[in-house]
Design a protein around this ligand. Structure first.
Ligand code: 5GP
Ligand code: ZN
Length: 119
């Protein structure tokens, strides 16, 4: 999928509405439209990268920042693990057998009281 018909690129540009959680120069985060848990957010790079398997060494700084941002946003969403009860799951689905449906790299943040419906 090219960036021209990518729904997540359209979300970044505001062409498709989303419930925004965070935006900075490199990243955009928003609530998943079909939440699989009480908290379900997606963190994406603004740059169109199709999938984790397309990443190389040059992407390491961006991917590192994305992981740290994921932890900060989980905190903002009330899911941080600080030794007490709460916690979250982060996942990057890669390719058909990895369950990837949208081919613009994204990290899921899932949290809140279990059980969750999927993932
Ligand atoms: P994947 O299976 O590719 O890892 O996850 C794609 C996620 O994007 C799914 O959880 C799906 O619900 C979410 N999603 C797909 N289209 C949209 C959309 O237009 N808006 C939002 N907010 N989420 C979407
Ligand atoms: Zn895209």
């Amino acid at each position: 999928m090219s960036e021209h018909n990518c729904i997540f690129c359209k979300i970044v540009k505001g062409e498709i509405p989303s419930r925004k959680i965070h935006e900075d120069d490199d990243f955009y985060a928003f609530h998943d439209i079909h939440p699989a848990a009480p908290v379900h957010a997606l963190v994406i790079p603004k740059r169109h990268i199709e999938t984790l398997s397309a990443c190389g060494d040059a992407d390491a700084p961006l991917l590192g920042k994305m992981m740290v941002l994921t932890a900060r946003l989980a905190e903002q969403l009330g899911c941080a693990y600080t030794g007490g009860e709460t916690g979250f799951r982060t996942a990057i689905n890669v390719g058909p057998n990895g369950g990837q449906e949208v081919y613009h790299l994204h990290a899921h943040i899932l949290g809140g009281p279990r059980p969750w419906s999927r993932m």
